[in-house]
Design a protein around this ligand. Sequence first.
Ligand SMILES: Cc1ncc(COP(=O)(O)O)c(C=O)c1O
Length: 371
Amino acid sequence: MTRRALARIDSGAVERNCRTLKERVGEKTELCAVVKANGYGHGAAVCAAAALRGGATRLAVAASSEAEELRHHFPDVPILVMGAMTEDELRAAVAAGAEVAIWREGFRELCSRAASDSGRRPKVHVKLDSGMGRLGERDPSTLVDLARAVADDGQLELAGVWTHFATADEENDSFMDEQLAAFLPVADQVKTLGPRVAVHAANSAATLRDPATHLDMVRCGVAIYGLDPFQRDPAAQGLEPALQLHSYVADVKRFGLGDSAGYGRTWRAPEDTWVGVLPIGYGDGVRRDLSNNAEVLVGGRRYPLVGTVSMDNVTIDLGPQTDVEPGAPAVLIGPQGPDRILAEEVASRLGTINYEVTCGISQRVPREVED
Ligand SMILES: Cc1ncc(COP(=O)(O)O)c(C=O)c1O
């Protein structure tokens, strides 16, 4: 069935991508599937289920609400909330049986109180800021003290020590190695404080780039969706894109030389031509910066997006002669016939990264899941 805007999600691709990643990290390293932000726009629960089928044994999110939602679908799977939380959010995460990240003594105390009030004993991962400059404790010895306080706290279980890389996706960079070198001695000390402390650092880029980062667990997000953390063709890493963005040609109209399309008349026909109107726009996540700066597949051929992207429509130049008729399927991301448009291509036109392209596909767009 044709829809005005539709995201097709290939859950089998997520499963296969996870299998590929799991094979790369080997038996001793757990794969944690990062499914925050509604699975990078792909659908959190569907992608989490596919990831678990593909060998992931854990899930990670940024927000307590995301953990609560996933807990309904996966009663027994470990879910780590990686982000900062308010007290209410922390209580919700603990009540949902999630594992939590801490890096401040005050937050450990809050966590301990939330644990005793809920009658649960949450698993806690202490975080070192080894150079990302975001969440985490900067001082190694303060972090070890915090880990000791967690280990001595009967309400809490010390379950992990972790950090996050700032430049893993930049090849030829040495900062990731510096971060790893700063993290490992701290991780060794924290590991001695509990019987089962998982050491983890790698995101997708680090996982693909350097086995030395694999440690006890890798936290892969973008790669499980078949998106390339290095912004190239995901196939080079053996990854398959899991998301396609579809629309259709709702109307085809004749334009004379100089006729304009869209708000602000930013495009005028350079000759007599046919223009196709697609009922998809920035209200669906097709960014306005793609105005006069994108291509769309129809009938397996690329056509330029012309004029300004509106909230609900875009226009494409079909050329002076066309056999495209109203109703023709259109693809903004994904394959059609012999050609394809990668999220990486759209991202490069926008001067951004593929993560933002798929996360930006709005709630208005139904997700149709294929196995
Ligand atoms: C702390 C943390 N770990 C892991 C990831 C997964 O990163 P990626 O999607 O690059 O694999 C993220 C995502 O931004 C993150 O914030």
